[in-house]
Ligand binder design. Structure first.
Ligand SMILES: *Cc1c(COP(=O)(O)O)cnc(C)c1O
Length: 249
């Protein structure tokens, strides 16, 4: 089996992890198959690295570069947990996204650390992130939408997207890139499709006013096929790349 994997540049500092490489290739295949089945361009892969340490992230980043990605994207859920990893991996050429709920009192750190914040869901965050970001290096921003979970406190209502997007677009330190959603979990991933389709419609409507947007972030390990079929341009994958997360203690 191993002999069929094309050689990659030797990286003496890394211990090769055949399982990690195999999982990465599987995810890459799933993405390509889903995109070609849907007749859409393949979405970007965001590797969700919550609970994984800097060594694991560096290993996956190196593999992704060896497979041709210039600046692989990784996502973190907590500013606190991310700050150590981002510090350790400052020169690793990673595009860092925040995908967890952001409290206003962490906005300064987030604005300084990340390349993209996917979870902007209220005007106060727009102001706070803009205040702390250097306009010479605008921060990419997605509006998080609460697409189908009435009970969730996170994500704006679909009707609030235009105002929030307008506020972001007016900030020189921010760059509106699109929308993000975390639909309600269902055992059957097919049941998430209507939410993904609603997100695509919201994205297309927003693009009429903001033609430069290019990112619709939806789909995870269990439902990336359904999300891609409905038009995701970025999928956020954790478990399928890194293996099962250890239980929290
Ligand atoms: C953890 C997480 C993911 C990845 O979930 P997996 O099922 O491990 O792929 C994606 N998006 C968000 C917002 C997450 O918190």
């Amino acid at each position: 089996m191993r002999a069929r994997i094309p050689p990659r540049p030797a990286r003496p500092e890394m211990t090769p992890d055949p399982q990690l490489e195999q999982r990465l290739r599987l995810v890459a295949d799933r993405i390509l198959n889903a995109a070609s089945g849907a007749g859409r361009p393949p979405p970007r892969l965001l590797a969700v690295s919550k609970t994984r340490d800097a060594t694991e992230v560096a290993a996956l980043a190196a593999l992704r570069r060896a497979l041709g990605e210039d600046r692989p994207a990784f996502g973190e859920n907590y500013v606190q947990e991310a700050s150590g990893k981002l510090g350790a991996l400052r020169d690793a050429g990673i595009d860092w996204h925040l995908i967890g709920h952001l409290q206003s009192n962490k906005a300064r750190q987030a604005a300084e650390l990340f390349d993209c914040v996917q979870t902007v869901d209220r005007p106060k965050l727009v102001t706070a992130l803009a205040q702390w970001r250097d306009p010479a290096r605008p921060l990419d921003v997605l509006v998080q939408v609460n697409v189908d979970d009435e009970a969730s406190k996170h994500g704006c209502r679909p009707g609030d997207i235009p105002a929030l997007a307008g506020a972001i677009a007016r900030e020189p330190a921010l760059r509106l890139r699109g929308l993000m959603a975390i639909p309600t979990p269902h055992d059957d991933p097919e049941r998430r499709r209507p939410a993904f389709a609603r997100m695509r419609a919201l994205f297309d409507a927003l693009a009429a006013d903001h033609p430069a947007i290019d990112t619709l972030s939806m789909g995870m390990s269990d439902d990336l096929e359904q999300a891609i079929a409905e038009g995701a341009t970025l999928v956020r994958v954790g478990t399928a790349l890194f293996g099962p997360r250890p239980p929290k203690d």
